[in-house]
Structure formats: structure tokens, C-alpha cells
Design a protein around this ligand. Structure first.
Ligand SMILES: N[C@@H](CCC(=O)N[C@@H](CS)C(=O)NCC(=O)O)C(=O)O
Length: 217
């Protein structure tokens, strides 16, 4: 039976999981779940995930949340055709893990800290939160120097995590031109990630519209 994914199109971590599922050829039973309508706080959803977050994946023996853990699981469980997505070699795997943690704690976190007050509480964005996004993008730009992808010259799950954060930053108007390596890497991800247009680019267009509406731009 296809695993169930509770998700929302616009959510960056949901987008990385859906693209990864596509990359490993995994069909998902998709259940749209909108946190803005309280759908992650219902009694039924809390029984599945007490942390009330999407993406949440329910597969045969496991209920899993935290998108990067889901990416690791999908690569380990279903990525048999492309073992390089999450390399088994200890050194390469450590580098992939480092980039996943960089996304979790730095780039992805900077994006969420910037956007959530605007989306949820209609607050004006804080300039120091924007500065954190730029700090993170400058680091990513440095890390990508001399590489095609986040780790070496092949797509890994680290790219799936990072790409939704970087493209979301761009969607809300963060200028990426100064980050030449990031720009080039985004183009490569777009070309090589199956379903990028439908699963990442279109939702980013919606984020962009929503952000402009909230900001009255
Ligand atoms: N670190 C988590 C973040 C998940 C997350 O915060 N998801 C948001 C949507 S983007 C959510 O579900 N918010 C609803 C809530 O916290 O109630 C991940 O990567 O999966």
C-alpha cells in the first residue's frame, strides 16, 4: 500500500519530501492538511503526530515527521536504484548530514523565522531576520564553490532539503544574483529533480503571491 503523506503544497519541507518521493519512484497517498486552518491541531491529527507538523508520513511500520528524517528514510527504504542519493560511505554521508543540519538550523530556519511572523501574525518582517537569510545564503554560496551539488557532483538528499529553502527565499523577493553559485546550483536542481516545476516552482509562485498580499506590495 502507498505510504500516506499529510502535506500542504506551499510548505517547503513538504515540497522536499514530495520531490524526493518522485525521485525514488514512490507513489504517495496525499492528504492535504492546512495548518493555517487548524488541520494539524485536530484530535485525529494530534493522535498521529503530537508535534502537529507537516510533512507527516505514515508507512507500514512507521509514522514519521521532520522532513529531513523523512528524506533519509525514503532514500534508505526506497532509494535502491540510486544509492548515491544518500551515500553509504561514511565520509560522504557525513557531508550530506552536515548540509541537512545546515538547512535545518541555518538556512531553512532563517527562512521560517523571517516568514512566519508575516504569514501568521501579519507582522512586518524584521531586518535582522532578513540579514540572517543573507548570512545563510552567503555560506551556501561558499559551500557550493567548485561543486555541482551540495555534496560533490551528484544530487543527494541534501539538495532536496536545501533547494526548497533557497527557492522559497527567492520567492519572497530575496535577490540571489549576488550568490552566483547558488543561482547556478538552483538551475541544475531544476533540470535534474523530477517534478520540480509542479512540486516546487508552482508552489513558490503561490508563496510569492501570498507574501505580496500580506505585505500589501
Ligand atoms: N522541522 C520540521 C518543520 C515542520 C513545520 O514546521 N511545518 C509547518 C508547515 S511548513 C507546520 O506544520 N506548522 C504547523 C504547526 O506547527 O502547527 C520539518 O522539517 O518537517
Amino acid at each position: 500500500m502507498a505510504p500516506t503523506l499529510y502535506y500542504m503544497d506551499r510548505s517547503p519541507p513538504c515540497r522536499s519530501v514530495r520531490m524526493m518521493a518522485k525521485a525514488v519512484g514512490l507513489e504517495l497517498n496525499l492528504v492535504p492538511t492546512d495548518p493555517l486552518n487548524g488541520e494539524t491541531r485536530t484530535k485525529e491529527f494530534l493522535a498521529i503526530n503530537p508535534q502537529h507538523t507537516i510533512p507527516t508520513l505514515v508507512d507500514e511500520d512507521i509514522t514519521l515527521w521532520e522532513s529531513r528524517a523523512i528524506l533519509q528514510y525514503l532514500a534508505n527504504q526506497y532509494g535502491c536504484k540510486d544509492k548515491k542519493l544518500y551515500p553509504k560511505d561514511a565520509v560522504l554521508r557525513a557531508q550530506v548530514d552536515r548540509m541537512l543540519y545546515f538547512d535545518f538550523g541555518t538556512l531553512g530556519a532563517a527562512f521560517l523565522n523571517f516568514i512566519l511572523p508575516v504569514m501568521l501574525h501579519k507582522e512586518k518582517p524584521e531586518s535582522e531576520n532578513l540579514a540572517k537569510i543573507h548570512e545563510a545564503l552567503a555560506l551556501l554560496d561558499q559551500y557550493l564553490e567548485g561543486h555541482f551539488f551540495a555534496v560533490g557532483n551528484r544530487l543527494t538528499i541534501a539538495d532536496y532539503a536545501l533547494v526548497v529553502s533557497a527557492s522559497s527565499c527567492e520567492a519572497i523577493g530575496v535577490e540571489l544574483l549576488q550568490y552566483k553559485n547558488v543561482k547556478r546550483w538552483l538551475t541544475r536542481c531544476k533540470e535534474q529533480m523530477p517534478g520540480y516545476l509542479e512540486l516546487n516552482e508552482k508552489p513558490c509562485e503561490n508563496i510569492s503571491k501570498m507574501f505580496k498580499t500580506k505585505m500589501r506590495i
